[in-house]
Ligand binder design. Structure first.
Ligand code: ME8
Length: 516
Protein backbone atom coordinates (compact mmCIF):
# COMPACT_ATOMS: atom_id res chain seq x y z
CA UNK A 1 0.00 0.00 0.00
CA UNK A 2 1.39 3.43 -0.83
CA UNK A 3 1.42 6.04 1.90
CA UNK A 4 -1.35 8.62 1.80
CA UNK A 5 0.00 11.99 0.68
CA UNK A 6 -0.14 15.05 2.91
CA UNK A 7 0.64 18.49 1.49
CA UNK A 8 1.21 21.24 4.04
CA UNK A 9 2.35 24.84 3.57
CA UNK A 10 3.27 27.92 5.57
CA UNK A 11 2.40 31.41 4.40
CA UNK A 12 5.21 32.88 2.32
CA UNK A 13 6.74 35.84 4.12
CA UNK A 14 7.47 39.29 2.72
CA UNK A 15 11.24 39.62 2.59
CA UNK A 16 11.04 43.37 3.21
CA UNK A 17 13.01 42.84 6.38
CA UNK A 18 14.75 40.09 8.30
CA UNK A 19 12.60 37.31 9.76
CA UNK A 20 11.25 37.83 13.29
CA UNK A 21 10.04 35.42 15.93
CA UNK A 22 6.48 35.37 14.46
CA UNK A 23 7.89 33.97 11.23
CA UNK A 24 9.95 31.44 13.17
CA UNK A 25 6.85 30.39 15.08
CA UNK A 26 4.86 29.66 11.94
CA UNK A 27 7.73 27.65 10.42
CA UNK A 28 8.26 25.66 13.61
CA UNK A 29 4.58 24.83 14.16
CA UNK A 30 4.12 23.77 10.55
CA UNK A 31 7.29 21.72 10.75
CA UNK A 32 6.00 19.90 13.84
CA UNK A 33 2.81 19.07 11.94
CA UNK A 34 4.77 17.85 8.91
CA UNK A 35 7.16 15.78 11.00
CA UNK A 36 4.33 14.21 12.99
CA UNK A 37 2.54 13.17 9.78
CA UNK A 38 5.76 11.59 8.55
CA UNK A 39 6.03 9.67 11.84
CA UNK A 40 2.55 8.38 11.11
CA UNK A 41 3.79 7.09 7.78
CA UNK A 42 2.22 9.75 5.56
CA UNK A 43 3.99 10.83 2.38
CA UNK A 44 4.48 14.49 3.29
CA UNK A 45 5.30 17.43 1.07
CA UNK A 46 6.06 20.61 2.96
CA UNK A 47 6.41 23.99 1.26
CA UNK A 48 7.54 27.38 2.46
CA UNK A 49 9.01 30.42 0.71
CA UNK A 50 9.05 34.20 0.23
CA UNK A 51 6.51 36.63 -1.26
CA UNK A 52 8.68 39.10 -3.12
CA UNK A 53 6.47 41.41 -5.18
CA UNK A 54 4.21 44.34 -4.32
CA UNK A 55 4.40 47.97 -3.40
CA UNK A 56 5.70 47.29 0.11
CA UNK A 57 8.85 45.77 -1.36
CA UNK A 58 9.19 48.71 -3.79
CA UNK A 59 8.88 51.31 -1.04
CA UNK A 60 11.19 49.53 1.42
CA UNK A 61 13.84 49.08 -1.26
CA UNK A 62 13.59 52.74 -2.30
CA UNK A 63 14.03 53.86 1.30
CA UNK A 64 17.21 51.77 1.50
CA UNK A 65 18.48 53.00 -1.85
CA UNK A 66 18.53 49.54 -3.42
CA UNK A 67 16.42 47.76 -6.02
CA UNK A 68 13.48 45.57 -4.98
CA UNK A 69 15.35 42.60 -6.38
CA UNK A 70 18.39 43.29 -4.19
CA UNK A 71 16.13 43.65 -1.17
CA UNK A 72 14.36 40.40 -2.03
CA UNK A 73 17.60 38.51 -2.59
CA UNK A 74 19.09 39.71 0.64
CA UNK A 75 16.17 38.89 2.89
CA UNK A 76 14.86 35.82 1.11
CA UNK A 77 18.27 34.34 1.87
CA UNK A 78 17.67 35.08 5.56
CA UNK A 79 14.34 33.23 5.56
CA UNK A 80 16.03 30.33 3.84
CA UNK A 81 18.79 30.36 6.44
CA UNK A 82 16.20 30.53 9.23
CA UNK A 83 14.56 27.36 7.93
CA UNK A 84 17.97 25.65 8.00
CA UNK A 85 18.87 26.88 11.46
CA UNK A 86 15.52 25.85 12.96
CA UNK A 87 15.69 22.31 11.49
CA UNK A 88 12.66 22.96 9.32
CA UNK A 89 12.05 19.91 7.15
CA UNK A 90 10.56 21.72 4.14
CA UNK A 91 10.80 19.92 0.81
CA UNK A 92 10.94 23.08 -1.29
CA UNK A 93 11.24 26.84 -0.90
CA UNK A 94 9.41 28.98 -3.43
CA UNK A 95 10.55 32.47 -4.29
CA UNK A 96 7.84 34.31 -6.15
CA UNK A 97 10.44 35.97 -8.39
CA UNK A 98 11.36 32.59 -9.91
CA UNK A 99 10.40 31.90 -13.54
CA UNK A 100 8.43 28.77 -12.54
CA UNK A 101 6.23 30.94 -10.35
CA UNK A 102 5.69 33.56 -13.05
CA UNK A 103 4.52 30.77 -15.31
CA UNK A 104 2.11 29.38 -12.72
CA UNK A 105 0.67 32.84 -11.96
CA UNK A 106 0.15 33.71 -15.60
CA UNK A 107 -1.59 30.41 -16.17
CA UNK A 108 -4.02 30.84 -13.30
CA UNK A 109 -4.73 34.38 -14.51
CA UNK A 110 -5.49 33.13 -18.02
CA UNK A 111 -7.84 30.52 -16.69
CA UNK A 112 -9.72 33.01 -14.54
CA UNK A 113 -9.99 35.30 -17.57
CA UNK A 114 -11.00 32.67 -20.10
CA UNK A 115 -13.01 29.94 -18.41
CA UNK A 116 -16.79 30.09 -18.45
CA UNK A 117 -17.62 33.68 -19.36
CA UNK A 118 -14.46 35.01 -17.80
CA UNK A 119 -14.22 36.28 -14.23
CA UNK A 120 -11.81 39.12 -15.03
CA UNK A 121 -12.87 42.50 -16.42
CA UNK A 122 -11.34 45.96 -16.77
CA UNK A 123 -12.50 48.98 -14.80
CA UNK A 124 -11.10 51.72 -12.55
CA UNK A 125 -10.28 51.12 -8.92
CA UNK A 126 -11.05 54.00 -6.59
CA UNK A 127 -10.56 53.35 -2.93
CA UNK A 128 -8.32 52.86 0.07
CA UNK A 129 -5.16 50.77 0.06
CA UNK A 130 -2.87 49.77 2.92
CA UNK A 131 0.68 49.15 1.78
CA UNK A 132 1.65 47.35 4.96
CA UNK A 133 -1.24 44.89 4.60
CA UNK A 134 -1.04 44.94 0.79
CA UNK A 135 -4.84 45.09 0.96
CA UNK A 136 -7.83 47.18 -0.15
CA UNK A 137 -10.34 48.41 2.41
CA UNK A 138 -13.87 49.78 2.36
CA UNK A 139 -14.37 53.16 4.00
CA UNK A 140 -16.50 51.59 6.74
CA UNK A 141 -13.64 49.30 7.82
CA UNK A 142 -11.37 52.27 8.60
CA UNK A 143 -10.80 54.44 11.64
CA UNK A 144 -9.83 58.10 11.47
CA UNK A 145 -7.30 60.00 13.57
CA UNK A 146 -5.66 63.40 13.01
CA UNK A 147 -7.00 63.51 9.47
CA UNK A 148 -5.43 60.13 8.64
CA UNK A 149 -7.23 56.89 8.04
CA UNK A 150 -6.18 53.50 9.35
CA UNK A 151 -6.90 49.87 8.47
CA UNK A 152 -7.95 47.46 11.25
CA UNK A 153 -4.29 46.37 11.51
CA UNK A 154 -3.33 49.93 12.47
CA UNK A 155 -1.58 50.56 9.14
CA UNK A 156 -2.27 53.84 7.41
CA UNK A 157 -4.26 53.67 4.16
CA UNK A 158 -3.91 55.83 1.03
CA UNK A 159 -6.51 56.75 -1.54
CA UNK A 160 -5.73 55.20 -4.91
CA UNK A 161 -7.39 55.63 -8.28
CA UNK A 162 -6.12 53.66 -11.23
CA UNK A 163 -7.34 51.60 -14.16
CA UNK A 164 -7.11 47.95 -13.10
CA UNK A 165 -8.48 44.52 -13.81
CA UNK A 166 -11.09 43.14 -11.43
CA UNK A 167 -11.95 39.63 -10.37
CA UNK A 168 -15.68 38.91 -10.18
CA UNK A 169 -15.59 37.88 -6.54
CA UNK A 170 -19.25 38.85 -6.10
CA UNK A 171 -20.20 35.85 -8.23
CA UNK A 172 -18.70 33.48 -5.64
CA UNK A 173 -20.69 34.31 -2.54
CA UNK A 174 -23.05 31.34 -2.73
CA UNK A 175 -20.35 28.93 -3.90
CA UNK A 176 -18.12 29.89 -0.98
CA UNK A 177 -20.93 29.55 1.55
CA UNK A 178 -21.70 26.11 0.07
CA UNK A 179 -18.01 25.19 0.46
CA UNK A 180 -17.95 26.18 4.16
CA UNK A 181 -21.22 24.28 4.66
CA UNK A 182 -20.09 21.10 2.95
CA UNK A 183 -16.64 21.10 4.56
CA UNK A 184 -17.02 22.19 8.19
CA UNK A 185 -13.28 21.63 8.73
CA UNK A 186 -12.27 24.06 5.98
CA UNK A 187 -11.46 26.88 8.40
CA UNK A 188 -9.93 26.32 11.84
CA UNK A 189 -10.15 27.26 14.66
CA UNK A 190 -13.97 27.30 14.75
CA UNK A 191 -14.30 30.99 15.79
CA UNK A 192 -12.49 31.94 12.62
CA UNK A 193 -14.94 29.97 10.55
CA UNK A 194 -17.88 31.88 12.01
CA UNK A 195 -16.16 35.20 11.32
CA UNK A 196 -15.57 34.32 7.68
CA UNK A 197 -19.09 32.99 7.14
CA UNK A 198 -20.58 36.23 8.41
CA UNK A 199 -18.15 38.27 6.32
CA UNK A 200 -19.16 36.39 3.15
CA UNK A 201 -22.87 36.53 4.03
CA UNK A 202 -22.49 40.30 4.26
CA UNK A 203 -21.84 40.38 0.50
CA UNK A 204 -18.65 40.29 -1.57
CA UNK A 205 -17.38 43.07 -3.79
CA UNK A 206 -15.37 42.49 -6.92
CA UNK A 207 -11.65 42.60 -6.24
CA UNK A 208 -9.07 44.78 -7.97
CA UNK A 209 -6.34 42.34 -9.09
CA UNK A 210 -3.85 44.38 -11.10
CA UNK A 211 -1.79 47.51 -10.51
CA UNK A 212 -0.60 50.10 -13.01
CA UNK A 213 1.36 52.56 -10.88
CA UNK A 214 4.50 50.41 -10.49
CA UNK A 215 6.06 47.50 -12.32
CA UNK A 216 7.54 45.24 -9.60
CA UNK A 217 5.23 42.30 -10.14
CA UNK A 218 4.22 39.58 -12.52
CA UNK A 219 3.05 41.02 -15.85
CA UNK A 220 -0.63 40.44 -16.60
CA UNK A 221 -0.84 38.38 -19.81
CA UNK A 222 -1.65 40.51 -22.86
CA UNK A 223 -2.01 43.70 -20.83
CA UNK A 224 1.03 45.96 -21.06
CA UNK A 225 1.42 48.25 -18.05
CA UNK A 226 -0.43 45.95 -15.64
CA UNK A 227 1.24 43.81 -13.01
CA UNK A 228 -0.72 41.36 -10.88
CA UNK A 229 -1.94 42.43 -7.47
CA UNK A 230 0.61 40.80 -5.17
CA UNK A 231 -1.93 38.54 -3.46
CA UNK A 232 -2.97 36.88 -6.74
CA UNK A 233 0.60 35.85 -7.32
CA UNK A 234 1.36 35.10 -3.65
CA UNK A 235 -1.47 32.61 -3.20
CA UNK A 236 -0.48 30.86 -6.40
CA UNK A 237 2.82 29.82 -4.79
CA UNK A 238 0.98 26.85 -3.31
CA UNK A 239 0.41 25.58 -6.86
CA UNK A 240 3.91 26.49 -8.09
CA UNK A 241 5.40 24.37 -5.33
CA UNK A 242 3.81 21.20 -6.71
CA UNK A 243 4.63 21.78 -10.36
CA UNK A 244 1.61 23.72 -11.69
CA UNK A 245 0.91 24.48 -14.55
CA UNK A 246 2.04 20.94 -15.33
CA UNK A 247 -0.99 19.17 -13.93
CA UNK A 248 0.36 15.87 -15.17
CA UNK A 249 3.51 16.19 -13.05
CA UNK A 250 3.96 13.55 -10.36
CA UNK A 251 3.99 16.18 -7.64
CA UNK A 252 0.79 17.84 -8.76
CA UNK A 253 -1.09 14.59 -9.22
CA UNK A 254 0.01 13.32 -5.87
CA UNK A 255 -0.25 16.40 -3.67
CA UNK A 256 -2.85 18.81 -5.02
CA UNK A 257 -5.26 19.80 -3.46
CA UNK A 258 -3.23 20.90 -0.44
CA UNK A 259 -4.27 19.26 2.81
CA UNK A 260 -3.42 22.20 5.00
CA UNK A 261 -2.40 25.85 4.67
CA UNK A 262 -0.99 27.11 7.99
CA UNK A 263 -1.21 30.91 8.21
CA UNK A 264 -1.53 33.73 10.73
CA UNK A 265 -4.86 35.17 11.76
CA UNK A 266 -4.31 38.43 9.83
CA UNK A 267 -4.49 36.75 6.43
CA UNK A 268 -7.49 34.45 6.79
CA UNK A 269 -9.68 36.31 4.30
CA UNK A 270 -7.11 35.90 1.57
CA UNK A 271 -6.88 32.16 2.17
CA UNK A 272 -10.49 31.26 2.84
CA UNK A 273 -12.33 33.70 0.54
CA UNK A 274 -10.11 34.90 -2.32
CA UNK A 275 -8.01 31.75 -2.75
CA UNK A 276 -10.85 29.23 -3.03
CA UNK A 277 -12.69 31.67 -5.36
CA UNK A 278 -9.61 31.94 -7.62
CA UNK A 279 -9.29 28.16 -7.65
CA UNK A 280 -12.96 27.59 -8.44
CA UNK A 281 -12.76 30.16 -11.21
CA UNK A 282 -9.73 28.39 -12.71
CA UNK A 283 -11.28 24.95 -12.46
CA UNK A 284 -8.68 23.75 -9.96
CA UNK A 285 -9.65 21.79 -6.86
CA UNK A 286 -9.87 23.83 -3.68
CA UNK A 287 -7.51 23.14 -0.75
CA UNK A 288 -8.88 21.02 2.12
CA UNK A 289 -8.17 23.17 5.13
CA UNK A 290 -6.76 26.43 6.47
CA UNK A 291 -5.54 26.71 10.06
CA UNK A 292 -5.00 30.24 11.38
CA UNK A 293 -2.60 30.56 14.30
CA UNK A 294 -2.49 33.55 16.61
CA UNK A 295 0.07 36.33 16.97
CA UNK A 296 3.09 36.40 19.22
CA UNK A 297 3.71 39.38 21.42
CA UNK A 298 6.95 40.14 23.27
CA UNK A 299 6.77 40.77 27.03
CA UNK A 300 3.05 41.38 26.56
CA UNK A 301 3.53 44.00 23.83
CA UNK A 302 2.98 43.98 20.12
CA UNK A 303 6.31 43.67 18.31
CA UNK A 304 7.26 46.77 16.37
CA UNK A 305 10.32 48.41 14.96
CA UNK A 306 9.40 51.68 16.68
CA UNK A 307 9.24 49.99 20.10
CA UNK A 308 12.53 48.31 19.31
CA UNK A 309 11.27 44.99 20.68
CA UNK A 310 11.46 42.87 17.53
CA UNK A 311 12.92 39.53 18.57
CA UNK A 312 15.52 37.94 16.33
CA UNK A 313 14.98 34.16 16.12
CA UNK A 314 18.61 33.52 15.16
CA UNK A 315 19.76 35.05 18.44
CA UNK A 316 17.29 32.99 20.47
CA UNK A 317 18.28 29.76 18.74
CA UNK A 318 21.89 30.59 19.35
CA UNK A 319 21.47 31.47 23.00
CA UNK A 320 18.96 28.83 24.13
CA UNK A 321 19.27 26.07 21.52
CA UNK A 322 17.08 25.22 18.55
CA UNK A 323 15.12 22.42 20.23
CA UNK A 324 14.60 24.61 23.29
CA UNK A 325 13.19 27.47 21.20
CA UNK A 326 11.03 25.10 19.18
CA UNK A 327 9.65 23.40 22.26
CA UNK A 328 8.88 26.65 24.05
CA UNK A 329 6.86 28.02 21.14
CA UNK A 330 5.05 24.76 20.48
CA UNK A 331 4.10 24.10 24.10
CA UNK A 332 3.64 27.59 25.49
CA UNK A 333 1.27 28.99 22.86
CA UNK A 334 -2.13 27.37 22.38
CA UNK A 335 -2.09 26.84 18.64
CA UNK A 336 -4.78 29.10 17.21
CA UNK A 337 -4.58 31.64 20.06
CA UNK A 338 -2.24 34.56 20.60
CA UNK A 339 0.81 33.89 22.75
CA UNK A 340 3.59 35.77 24.45
CA UNK A 341 7.34 35.37 24.38
CA UNK A 342 9.54 36.45 27.24
CA UNK A 343 12.96 35.22 28.33
CA UNK A 344 11.61 34.15 31.70
CA UNK A 345 8.78 32.16 30.19
CA UNK A 346 11.14 30.40 27.83
CA UNK A 347 13.65 29.56 30.54
CA UNK A 348 10.95 28.34 32.94
CA UNK A 349 9.22 26.21 30.37
CA UNK A 350 12.39 24.62 29.04
CA UNK A 351 13.78 23.91 32.50
CA UNK A 352 10.54 22.44 33.80
CA UNK A 353 9.62 20.25 30.84
CA UNK A 354 12.83 19.44 29.03
CA UNK A 355 15.63 19.61 31.61
CA UNK A 356 13.86 18.55 34.83
CA UNK A 357 11.35 16.19 33.29
CA UNK A 358 12.26 14.61 29.93
CA UNK A 359 16.03 14.99 30.16
CA UNK A 360 16.15 14.05 33.83
CA UNK A 361 14.23 10.81 33.33
CA UNK A 362 16.42 9.79 30.42
CA UNK A 363 19.65 10.69 32.17
CA UNK A 364 18.80 9.01 35.47
CA UNK A 365 17.60 5.76 33.96
CA UNK A 366 20.38 5.56 31.37
CA UNK A 367 23.15 6.32 33.81
CA UNK A 368 21.88 3.67 36.25
CA UNK A 369 21.82 1.19 33.36
CA UNK A 370 25.32 2.22 32.44
CA UNK A 371 26.66 1.75 35.95
CA UNK A 372 24.68 -1.23 37.18
CA UNK A 373 23.72 -3.28 34.16
CA UNK A 374 27.02 -3.48 32.36
CA UNK A 375 25.86 -0.75 29.94
CA UNK A 376 23.32 -3.16 28.42
CA UNK A 377 19.54 -2.91 28.26
CA UNK A 378 18.44 -4.94 31.30
CA UNK A 379 15.96 -7.80 31.31
CA UNK A 380 12.32 -7.04 31.34
CA UNK A 381 10.63 -8.54 34.40
CA UNK A 382 7.11 -9.75 35.11
CA UNK A 383 4.89 -6.66 35.03
CA UNK A 384 3.54 -5.37 38.32
CA UNK A 385 0.35 -3.35 38.71
CA UNK A 386 2.46 -0.17 38.80
CA UNK A 387 4.20 -1.18 35.56
CA UNK A 388 0.90 -1.85 33.83
CA UNK A 389 -0.50 1.46 35.04
CA UNK A 390 2.46 3.33 33.54
CA UNK A 391 2.20 1.45 30.25
CA UNK A 392 -1.49 2.27 30.07
CA UNK A 393 -0.84 5.90 30.77
CA UNK A 394 1.68 6.09 27.95
CA UNK A 395 -0.77 4.33 25.61
CA UNK A 396 -3.37 6.95 26.46
CA UNK A 397 -0.96 9.86 26.10
CA UNK A 398 0.11 8.69 22.65
CA UNK A 399 -3.51 8.39 21.56
CA UNK A 400 -4.26 11.86 22.96
CA UNK A 401 -1.23 13.27 21.10
CA UNK A 402 -2.34 11.65 17.85
CA UNK A 403 -5.86 13.04 18.11
CA UNK A 404 -4.57 16.50 19.05
CA UNK A 405 -2.15 16.57 16.11
CA UNK A 406 -4.92 15.53 13.76
CA UNK A 407 -6.65 18.80 14.62
CA UNK A 408 -3.33 20.72 14.72
CA UNK A 409 -3.58 21.20 18.50
CA UNK A 410 0.19 21.06 18.73
CA UNK A 411 0.39 22.42 22.30
CA UNK A 412 -2.03 19.74 23.51
CA UNK A 413 -0.05 16.98 21.87
CA UNK A 414 3.19 18.19 23.46
CA UNK A 415 1.36 18.58 26.77
CA UNK A 416 0.08 15.00 26.70
CA UNK A 417 3.59 13.65 26.14
CA UNK A 418 5.10 15.78 28.87
CA UNK A 419 2.37 14.71 31.31
CA UNK A 420 3.20 11.07 30.62
CA UNK A 421 6.90 11.82 31.17
CA UNK A 422 6.00 13.33 34.54
CA UNK A 423 4.18 10.16 35.48
CA UNK A 424 7.20 8.15 34.43
CA UNK A 425 9.38 10.32 36.67
CA UNK A 426 6.98 9.67 39.54
CA UNK A 427 7.07 5.95 38.81
CA UNK A 428 10.87 5.97 38.81
CA UNK A 429 11.01 7.86 42.12
CA UNK A 430 8.42 5.59 43.74
CA UNK A 431 10.08 2.36 42.60
CA UNK A 432 13.44 3.49 44.00
CA UNK A 433 15.66 1.39 41.74
CA UNK A 434 18.72 2.64 43.69
CA UNK A 435 17.28 0.90 46.79
CA UNK A 436 16.34 -2.22 44.78
CA UNK A 437 19.97 -2.47 43.82
CA UNK A 438 20.67 -3.72 47.33
CA UNK A 439 17.63 -5.99 47.67
CA UNK A 440 16.38 -7.19 44.30
CA UNK A 441 18.63 -6.74 41.27
CA UNK A 442 16.14 -8.41 38.93
CA UNK A 443 13.39 -5.98 39.90
CA UNK A 444 15.83 -3.07 39.64
CA UNK A 445 16.58 -4.19 36.08
CA UNK A 446 12.88 -4.48 35.31
CA UNK A 447 12.20 -0.94 36.57
CA UNK A 448 15.10 0.43 34.53
CA UNK A 449 13.89 -1.50 31.51
CA UNK A 450 10.38 -0.10 31.71
CA UNK A 451 11.64 3.42 32.38
CA UNK A 452 13.98 3.32 29.42
CA UNK A 453 11.29 1.81 27.22
CA UNK A 454 8.95 4.60 28.29
CA UNK A 455 11.57 7.18 27.29
CA UNK A 456 11.76 5.42 23.93
CA UNK A 457 7.98 5.49 23.43
CA UNK A 458 7.72 9.17 24.30
CA UNK A 459 10.90 10.28 22.50
CA UNK A 460 9.44 9.04 19.21
CA UNK A 461 6.59 11.61 19.03
CA UNK A 462 9.00 14.19 20.47
CA UNK A 463 10.94 13.81 17.20
CA UNK A 464 8.29 16.14 15.74
CA UNK A 465 8.95 18.85 18.33
CA UNK A 466 12.60 18.55 19.37
CA UNK A 467 14.02 16.56 16.45
CA UNK A 468 17.66 16.79 17.34
CA UNK A 469 17.48 15.98 21.05
CA UNK A 470 14.88 13.22 20.57
CA UNK A 471 17.00 11.50 17.96
CA UNK A 472 20.11 11.70 20.16
CA UNK A 473 18.09 10.10 22.97
CA UNK A 474 16.88 7.34 20.68
CA UNK A 475 20.49 6.73 19.67
CA UNK A 476 21.42 6.46 23.33
CA UNK A 477 18.67 3.89 23.79
CA UNK A 478 20.00 1.87 20.87
CA UNK A 479 16.77 2.27 18.87
CA UNK A 480 17.44 1.44 15.20
CA UNK A 481 16.63 4.12 12.62
CA UNK A 482 13.83 2.02 11.14
CA UNK A 483 12.04 1.65 14.47
CA UNK A 484 11.27 5.30 15.03
CA UNK A 485 7.79 5.59 13.60
CA UNK A 486 4.70 6.44 15.63
CA UNK A 487 3.54 2.83 15.28
CA UNK A 488 6.75 1.73 17.05
CA UNK A 489 5.89 3.99 19.96
CA UNK A 490 2.46 2.39 20.30
CA UNK A 491 3.93 -0.98 21.26
CA UNK A 492 5.45 -1.24 24.73
CA UNK A 493 8.49 -3.31 25.62
CA UNK A 494 10.25 -3.12 22.28
CA UNK A 495 13.57 -2.00 23.70
CA UNK A 496 16.09 -4.73 22.91
CA UNK A 497 17.18 -6.59 26.01
CA UNK A 498 20.93 -7.06 26.16
CA UNK A 499 21.66 -4.33 23.58
CA UNK A 500 24.83 -2.47 24.39
CA UNK A 501 24.30 1.22 25.09
CA UNK A 502 26.70 4.14 24.79
CA UNK A 503 27.70 6.24 27.77
CA UNK A 504 24.71 8.56 28.25
CA UNK A 505 25.11 12.28 27.68
CA UNK A 506 22.65 14.85 28.96
CA UNK A 507 20.67 16.39 26.12
CA UNK A 508 18.94 19.25 27.91
CA UNK A 509 21.14 21.39 30.12
CA UNK A 510 19.29 23.64 32.55
CA UNK A 511 19.10 27.19 31.25
CA UNK A 512 20.55 29.75 33.59
CA UNK A 513 18.88 33.09 34.06
CA UNK A 514 21.62 35.57 33.19
CA UNK A 515 21.55 39.17 34.26
CA UNK A 516 20.65 41.12 31.09
O1 ME8 B 1 1.41 38.06 5.29
N1 ME8 B 1 3.14 36.30 15.34
O2 ME8 B 1 3.69 37.92 4.90
P1 ME8 B 1 4.24 38.37 6.33
C1 ME8 B 1 2.80 35.21 14.63
N2 ME8 B 1 3.31 37.61 2.36
N3 ME8 B 1 2.75 35.18 13.29
C2 ME8 B 1 3.06 36.29 12.62
C3 ME8 B 1 3.45 37.47 13.29
C4 ME8 B 1 3.49 37.45 14.72
N4 ME8 B 1 3.83 38.50 15.45
N5 ME8 B 1 3.70 38.41 12.35
C5 ME8 B 1 3.48 37.82 11.15
C6 ME8 B 1 2.36 37.88 4.55
N6 ME8 B 1 3.10 36.54 11.31
C7 ME8 B 1 2.13 37.46 3.10
C8 ME8 B 1 1.62 36.03 3.09
S1 ME8 B 1 0.78 33.81 1.82
C9 ME8 B 1 0.29 33.41 0.27
C10 ME8 B 1 1.32 35.47 1.71
C11 ME8 B 1 2.74 35.57 10.26
O3 ME8 B 1 5.71 38.33 6.17
C12 ME8 B 1 1.65 36.10 9.34
O4 ME8 B 1 0.39 35.94 9.93
O5 ME8 B 1 3.60 39.62 6.76
C13 ME8 B 1 1.85 35.22 8.12
O6 ME8 B 1 1.16 34.00 8.25
C14 ME8 B 1 3.36 35.00 8.11
O7 ME8 B 1 3.83 35.35 9.42
C15 ME8 B 1 4.07 35.87 7.08
O8 ME8 B 1 3.76 37.23 7.32
Amino acid sequence: MTAKPFYVTTAISYPNGAPHIGHAYEMIATDAIARFKRLEGRDVYFLTGTDEHGIKMVQTAAAQGISPRELADRNSGEFHRLADVLDISNDDFVRTTEPRHHQASQEIWKRMAERNNGDIFQSTYKGWYSVRDEAYFDADELTEKDGKRFAPSGAEVNWVEEPTYFFRLSAYQEKLLALYESNPDFIAPKERRNEIISFVKGGLQDLSISRTTFDWGIPVPHAPGHVMYVWVDALTNYLTGVGFPDEQSELFKKFWPADLHVIGKDIIRFHTVYWPAFLMSSGIEVQHRVFAHGFLTVDGQKMSKSLGNVVDPFELADEFGVDQLRYFLLREVSFGQDGDYSRDKLINRVNADLANNFGNLAQRSLSMINKNCDARVPEQGPATADDLALIKEVDEALEAARVAMDGQLVHEAAGAIIAALSSANNYFAAQEPWALKKTDMARMGAVLYLTADTVRRLAIPMLAFVPNAASVLLDQLGVPADERMFADALTANRLRQGAELPVPQGVFARLERKAQ
